[in-house]
Design a protein around this ligand. Structure first.
Ligand code: ATP
Length: 511
């Protein structure tokens, strides 16, 4: 499905609404509806269980959103959490300079892909795209151009030479997508942190920031957690919570929001061991995504060329969103940057005495950081599909959300075959009351059974249980499975355990 279809499906079925919609919405802010909140909770639960409960040496934390303002000075966010911003003087639209350049590069990539597709048609089976990329002068020229633009952009970004970014935009002839004009302002740095004011302190001393990442709540609590849980290095602290960024361009639905939720884990290691743990977390996190059934070629690693001020290695796990491969999760080797900075600004020691080597040191940190909302969008993008129904009894096409049963917002729907038969209804309701003790279930008696199945398919319910006239006699029910459309006839007493075996998070965690 394309992004437009995903957005309208998400709204129609109560997954996601634009925020404050009756006032025409607030840009880049969204509200999660009845099914959205269930799915979001399931994503968070899957992450929490696999990170905290499945690792003996990882514990959880829930730090406050507000933190002492010095936190953000120490972390570098006050001085360096900036995006390069440029305005178009005619349309008055504001852009990220690096994104304008990246969009330009994407257009060249589209040209390369078109050339490759043409050549593939011409040469058929014997076509070797890698060879063609090197040997075809037009394609090789495009690739060279991309490399040169990337290199100039990265140098300008890392050295803070904003006028070079402007020059690059002018040389490439990039026009404003809205006005078509090339009348640009200078490039300026724009800090992405939202700030607010403490009630009882006037002026700069009372400025508070809304946290732009959850990580710092973990760093400032490093010693509290280490001591109170008697943790030995290597160990990790995990946290799920809201983060806020005043993104300049907020688009692509819940991919880039101004208020979003992160699931972050900071893993504290002995200095020198960080690359070994970096590789461990890189693999472990990729595995977490693949366990859901997401195909290998829809996920990829992308090494950072332009390292953040705190990192000595960084990689993104990118997912193939409807608008291309984009970051879903980041894995960063953050060195001892954060703890050292907090030590310096707070004047408090943040060291660890390692009994195994009889030495005390500031630990190094490997971070894994993923946005709940981006994960949500990845799941909608991957598993929401339209397909022909092989069994014609059920109608020609259907929209089905083929999400892993363990994450499905509703696990099971209970349906009496007909709605005006009190015996069927009584039996169905009794089963529903029993099942909802264990799972999130729906009871549905409206419309023909085929339409009821369609509704459950569209929200990803893995099992529909139908009570028919035979059920009254033989105490058996039909369980229909969402993806294969198989129908199992099982005893009513077995329904709970039948579903339980198939929807538990443990089916995912065991992978
Ligand atoms: P991007 O380059 O896309 O802006 P980033 O590199 O700034 O992302 P990180 O600071 O590494 O992102 O944040 C970790 C994770 O938090 C990201 O992988 C993403 O899943 C999520 N995230 C970051 N910014 C946003 C946002 N504005 N809206 C939704 N999720 C976000």
């Amino acid at each position: 499905m394309d992004l437009k279809q995903i957005i309208s499906h998400a709204k129609e079925y109560g997954f996601i609404y634009p925020s404050s919609e009756i006032y025409d919405g607030l840009a880049a802010t969204y509200d999660y509806g009845p099914l959205g909140v269930e799915l979001k909770n399931n994503i968070k639960n899957y992450w929490w269980k696999s990170m905290v409960h499945m690792h003996q040496n990882i514990v959880g934390l829930d730090a406050a959103i507000f933190m002492h303002p010095k936190t953000w000075k120490a972390s570098g966010h006050v001085d360096a959490f900036n995006d390069p911003l440029i305005d178009n003087k005619d349309s008055k639209k504001r852009y990220r300079a690096d994104v304008l350049i990246e969009d330009y590069i994407s257009k060249i990539e589209t040209k390369i892909n078109k050339e490759l597709a043409k050549a593939q048609k011409r040469f058929g089976e014997s076509f070797d795209p890698q060879k063609y990329r090197k040997e075809n002068t037009r394609v090789a020229g495009y690739i060279e151009k991309i490399e040169s633009i990337n290199s100039r952009m990265n140098t300008a970004l890392s050295s803070g030479q904003l006028d070079d970014l402007k020059k690059l935009i002018e040389e490439l002839g990039i026009a404003c997508p809205v006005s078509g004009s090339k009348n640009w302002t200078e490039v300026r740095q724009f800090n992405l942190m939202f700030s607010t004011q403490l009630g009882n302190i006037a002026g700069d001393d009372g400025v508070l920031y809304l946290r732009p990442e959850t990580a710092q709540g973990i760093f400032v609590n490093f010693l509290n957690v280490q001591k109170s849980s008697r943790a030995k290095i290597p160990f990790g602290i995990a946290q799920i919570g809201k983060a806020f960024r005043n993104e300049i361009i907020a688009r692509q639905f819940i991919f880039r929001m101004r208020e979003f939720e992160q699931m972050e884990m900071q893993f504290f290691v002995r200095p020198g061991d960080e690359m070994q743990w970096y590789d461990y977390w890189k693999n472990t996190r990729m595995h977490w995504h693949q366990a859901l059934g997401t195909p290998i070629d829809h996920l990829r690693y992308h090494d950072h060329e332009n390292l953040a001020h705190y990192a000595n290695a960084a990689v993104d796990i990118q997912y193939r969103f409807p608008f291309g491969f984009k970051e879903l999760e980041g894995i960063h080797s953050r060195t001892d940057f954060d703890l050292s900075q907090h030590q310096e600004l707070s004047g408090k020691k943040l060291r660890y005495f390692d009994p195994e080597i009889n030495e005390s040191y500031v630990p190094y940190v490997i971070e894994t950081s993923i946005g709940v909302d981006r994960m949500f969008l990845a799941l909608l993008s991957e598993y929401l599909t339209e397909e022909e129904v092989p069994d014609t009894q059920e109608g020609a096409t259907r929209t089905v959300f083929k999400i892993h049963p363990a994450l499905a917002p509703v696990k099971c729907a209970v349906m009496p075959l007909l709605k005006n038969k009190p015996d069927l209804i009584a039996k169905a309701k009794a089963l529903f009351d029993d099942l909802r003790l264990d799972f999130n279930c729906q009871y549905d008696e409206k419309d023909a059974i085929g339409r009821r199945y369609r509704r459950q398919d569209a929200i990803g319910t893995p099992f529909c249980v139908t009570i028919d006239f035979d059920s009254l006699e033989d105490q058996q029910v039909t369980v229909r499975e969402r993806d294969a459309l198989t129908q199992d006839r099982i005893s009513i007493e077995q329904v709970a355990s039948y579903i339980d075996q198939r929807v538990q998070l443990s089916t995912l965690l065991k992978k």
